[in-house]
Design a protein around this ligand. Sequence first.
Ligand SMILES: Nc1ncnc2c1ncn2[C@@H]1O[C@H](COP(=O)(O)OP(=O)(O)O)[C@@H](O)[C@H]1O
Ligand SMILES: N[C@@H](CC(=O)OP(=O)(O)O)C(=O)O
Length: 467
Amino acid sequence: MRLVIKYGGTSISSAKDIRAVANHLNSLSKKNQIVVVCSATSGTTDDLIEISQSIKKENKSKAEQLASKITNRHKQLAKQTIKKADLRKKLLKNFDDDFAELVALIDGMVLLGEVTPRTMDYLFSFGERLSIKLVSMAVNDSGKKSVPLTGKEVGIVTDSNFGESKPLIDTTRLRVSKNVENLFSKKTVPVVGGFVGADQHGHVTTFGRGGSDYSATIIGTCIKADEIWLMSDVDGLMTADPKIVKNAKLLKEVSYIEAIEMALFGAKQIHPRTFEPLLSKKIPMKIRSSFNLKNEGTLVTASPSPSVKNTVKCVSNVRNNGLIDIQGGSMVGTPGTAAKIFATLAKAGINVMMISQNPSESSITIVVKNADLDKAVSSLEMELLGKIIKKLEVTTNVAIIALIGSGMRGTVGVASKVFGAAEKNKVNVSMITQGSSELNLAFVVKNSDTNAAVRALHNAFALDKIN
Ligand SMILES: Nc1ncnc2c1ncn2[C@@H]1O[C@H](COP(=O)(O)OP(=O)(O)O)[C@@H](O)[C@H]1O
Ligand SMILES: N[C@@H](CC(=O)OP(=O)(O)O)C(=O)O
């Protein structure tokens, strides 16, 4: 079988786990052709993001402190993971070159005061640059030939939309398939850095947070994989985040469309574009735990078997958003108002996560990420306040709670059950929307009510008894 296996940061963050991953890959590669995709080790991308924030605040010593933290963590992991002395020495030498470059990059960014999306992508790519060397060397250490390749080296070519790039799929397919076939012919396992590619000028780009999942499906379609596995620290997609709901159950099968909704609404932090490449190619995906290989995990396919037909399959949540209530008398019955609001937000590069319009048309409410809130409010204020908008009311720190499941389509009483459960648990619901596909029903609560809301709905829809 031809497999793409992606390891999230949670699967490769201790020497014991990396060695287990390497041994598993070694034994799987005896009967299969495998491309491995790795994320950065847990916390590394967060640290790199903090470095960029420290540089923005001109706090060079904090940035350098964080770079040392990353350096020490990886050196420690290398020393504990790689048993053969010559391989360990080679890896540590290789790391030293990367660390020297990281420090030089920080210096350069500080000197120029340049924290642009392009320099940030280059900075963030260090996490995967380090993790692939570690994992690939561990595979070598286990006795199997392997090479580390960055997204750029394997041939992922993207547009130049730094921070949220998209692949140029035909060029990517040509380059990735050529590089991978060449390694397959040499019985060598490629360990590819996820999350990262390069534009046509060779500048490093990223797909946005969680982007390694997307890298795995892009590569999977390029090499015509039979299956793609996403490995993390949970058994698969569950009926809710198991960190919130202790009796959350594993979903054995979901459709691509349901998985997309789950990704959009925060379940398992999957990159929302992950399933796009699979929709036409219909490659099955398994979402599995690298710590529990006996469990087959969740199978994601175009059409799961009809026996799995619960009304609701998952309650997911996305915290840390802002709600903007856009009010204005002249909005009533004025065609084009919504278009002007959304054009203004689009021009500012804001991704709107939820929209609802009051039936009296006197207000439109939107939800955006907390990080986008300032930009969203200031652009609306500058362009439209006093014209079509009379007043903006902003609520920070809200969470979106979403019920997901294709069985909700045409089912009566879902919304009343949601409100009943929320009321019983004293959770105040401030906005509710349902996608026209009826695949999801989403509402907004205070951040602090997230866990209570998720548990109440999991209970109300008896998701612990899902089959
Ligand atoms: N519905 C869900 N099913 C499974 N895991 C979920 C769900 N919602 C949230 N999670 C969380 O997602 C985490 C794994 O995602 P992520 O941090 O992206 O892993 P990785 O870094 O391994 O890719 C789990 O530890 C789990 O707490
Ligand atoms: N390292 C990147 C890409 C990624 O996908 O990570 P993970 O698979 O660990 O969520 C990030 O943290 O966003």
